[in-house]
Design a protein around this ligand. Sequence first.
Ligand code: NAD
Length: 240
Amino acid sequence: MRLQGKRVFVTAAGQGIGRASALALSREGAHVIATDLHDKFLADLNVAEAFALDVLDKAALVAAVTKAQPDVLVNCSGIVHSGTIEQATDEDFDLAMNLNVRAHFHAIQAAVPGMLERGQGAIVNIASVCSSLRGLPNRFIYGTSKGATIALTKQVAADYITRGIRANCIAPGTVDTPSLQGRLHATGDYDQAMKDFVARQPMGRLGTADEIAELVVYLSSDETKYMTGQCVAIDGGMTM
Ligand code: NAD
C-alpha cells in the first residue's frame, strides 16, 4: 500500500486516465477525492469521495482543494483541439489554456499552503508527448498548451524544492480513452484514423489508461521522493 494515509485530489477523474488513476491510487490505500465536470461519470467510481467539479470555475476549484487539504494533487483535466495555426480560433485557444494550464495553476495555488504547513506534498500534472517534447501535425493549440503544462510543473518544482513539495508531470503518447475514441469517430473514417494513430506509436499499439495510472501512482508515492521537476514520457517509444 504505497499511498496509505495520503489524501489525493484528482481532477477530471470521470473517464480515461483520470478515472484509471483515481482507482489505482485508491487501490494503493489513498483517500481519493475524485472530481469531474460530469456527475454521471462518478456515480460508479468506488473511491473515498467523488463529486462534480468544473475546473474552469475558479472559486469552486479553490474551495474544493482547500477543503480537501490533499497530500497529493493530480491535475488531469485537458482538451485536445485538432488543427493548424490557420484553423485556430481565440476561443479554442483560450479553452485549451484554461483547461490544460490555468486550472492546474489554480488547483496548485490552493493546495500549496497546506502542503507547506505539513512540509510535504506531491503534484502530478498530465501533459503530453505533443508539447515541448515533440511537435505533431494538426495539434497547434494542444501542443502549445501542453508545453505550458510542462513549464508550469518545472516552475512549481523549482520554487518549493527545499520545502517538501515535489511537482512532476507525465507525457503520455496516444492512449485509448473515451475522448480518443471520440476523436477517431469524428474523423468520419474510424478505421483509417485508428491506423494513423497506431502508426505514430513505434511500439505498434496505443497505450492504456491503466498503464498511465501506474506512473501516476509512482510519482504520487514516496518511492519518488528524490524526483521533482521532471516530465516522464510514457509513449510507446514516440520520444525515444
Ligand atoms: P478523457 O478526455 O477521455 O476524459 C476527460 C474527462 O475530463 C472527462 O471525464 C470529462 O468529463 C472531464 N472534464 C472535461 N471538462 C472538464 C472540466 N471543465 N472540469 C472537470 N472535468 C472536466 O480523458 P483522457 O483522454 O484520459 O485525457 C486526460 C488527460 O490526459 C488530458 O489532460 C489529456 O490531454 C491527457 N492526454 C491524453 C492522451 C490520450 O491519448 N488520451 C494523450 C496524452 C495526454
